[in-house]
Design a protein around this ligand. Structure first.
Ligand code: ZN
Length: 421
């Protein structure tokens, strides 16, 4: 059966809405907060009494439900809010030959070619003067204010034989208009969109996003076609799973926690990344001096898995050819690029059995360098047993990625079972 169920299609459409509301990590956190507050969460600290709380810091967020009694162990779901993209430099205005352009840096391991010939908007946050200090203002321009035009084939005759090589500094500078270079022109438009005076913008974290709306695709809507599937798919499923616990009945043996981190795509070493103390300090606060039973705890690093690509099936280990639509994959790597071990795998497999979700197993080809996730870092920062799992997808780190319509709901069901067990 290839047609996704109505429930799965509805959940995938909700994922599309979450992705489109979240062009930057800061917006991904704001969208998550909106959903958590609708489920009864309030801003708070781990020292607060029982109930659902969250705290946010920039592009990162930790949310939890403190149980009425003493806390012994945790169920942690960790995902990341950032995706590879093009980011504005501090003095971004540049130009040549009567064309206005932007200076950019490539953030993370982007597929450069994916950013060509797309209608690009701009989003992020501004630090705006407020007396002697500055306040943070989120901003988004959902107009096609930038694009990176590809060179015509007549001027690059060998491109289809030799492949396209793009120098990020020379070839990825987006065009924004015609006219002579005017310092501050682009930032003035961004400030106007935010409703602030450009002279009051003391700092910014701005990035470009593809404006094409996310959509279901395929003859029977089998696919989700969207930007930032890695890793907003996991953020969405984790937030929805935690929200269901806050609204539902019954107790859970361990304290459920969701951590959404910024900066995974650039190594997680930052004040708000997985290498920061943010999660550890929340867990310590929730323990409030009680001893941690780490054996009773489990952390799940939830991130995309590489589905086998029909045109490149030789890039996969034949025994671990993860397929779209057949459920989340547990991810294994002997070098600890993924954190899953045997006891952790057993706990996830038992949870998948209980909730009727199919589960696959992924291992990278032994002759290809494996990517990583927040899993190994979360394990080393918290000391919790940790597994890596996630929904299969194609075109990871493209500006436009693809997953199956059936899998986001599979993942959400599995994550809720893991939080409850
Ligand atoms: Zn990822």
């Amino acid at each position: 059966m290839t047609v996704p169920s109505p429930d799965a299609a509805a959940f995938a459409r909700d994922l599309c809405a979450y992705i489109d509301a979240s062009p930057s990590p800061f917006h991904a956190v704001a969208s998550a907060v909106e959903r958590l507050e609708a489920a009864g969460f309030e801003p708070g600290t781990p020292g607060d009494g029982p109930g659902p709380r969250y705290l946010r810091s920039g592009g990162s967020l930790v949310a939890w439900i403190r149980p009425p009694g003493a806390c012994a162990g945790f169920r942690v779901l960790a995902a990341h809010t950032d995706s590879p993209n093009l980011r504005l430099t501090p003095n971004p205005d540049r130009g040549a030959h009567g064309v206005r352009q932007l200076g950019i840096e490539v953030y993370g391991g982007a597929l450069h070619n994916a950013w060509l010939d797309r209608d690009l908007g701009c989003s992020g946050r501004l630090a705006v003067r407020d007396g002697d200090s500055a306040t943070e203002v989120l901003v988004r321009l959902d107009r096609a204010v930038a694009r990176v035009p590809q060179l015509a084939i007549h001027l690059d005759r060998g491109v289809n034989d030799k492949g396209l090589v793009l120098n990020p500094h020379r070839h990825l500078a987006p065009v924004t208009g015609l006219g002579d270079l005017e310092e501050g022109a682009f930032l003035a438009a961004v400030a106007a969109a935010a409703g602030v005076d450009a002279a009051d913008v003391l700092g910014f974290d701005l990035m470009l996003h593809d404006l094409t709306p996310s959509t279901l695709a395929g003859l029977d809507d089998e696919f989700v076609s969207a930007p930032r599937v890695d890793n907003l798919l996991s953020c969405h499923a984790a937030v929805e799973a935690l929200g269901a616990l806050a609204g539902g009945q019954g107790t859970f043996p361990s304290t459920p926690v969701v951590a959404l981190y910024d900066h995974e795509e650039v190594g997680s070493t930052s004040a708000t990344g997985a290498g920061s103390p943010i999660l550890r300090s929340v867990l310590d606060g929730l323990l409030a001096g009680a001893p941690l039973d780490s054996g009773a705890s489990l952390a799940c690093s939830v991130d995309g898995a590489h589905a086998v690509h029909p045109n490149y099936s030789d890039r996969h280990d034949a025994n671990h050819a993860v397929e779209l639509g057949r459920g989340p994959a547990l991810k294994f790597n002997a070098s600890q690029r993924y954190a899953t071990d045997a006891p952790g795998a057993a706990r996830v497999r038992l949870a998948a059995e209980r909730c009727g979700v199919p589960l696959q197993a992924y291992s990278h080809r032994a002759d290809l360098r494996c990517g990583s996730t927040v899993g190994p870092i979360t394990a080393s920062v918290t000391g919790l047993p940790t597994v890596d799992l996630g929904a299969p997808q194609w075109a990871m780190h493209s500006a436009r990625e693809t997953c199956a319509t059936a899998d986001p709901l599979h993942l959400r069901k599995l994550l809720e079972e893991l939080l409850r067990s």
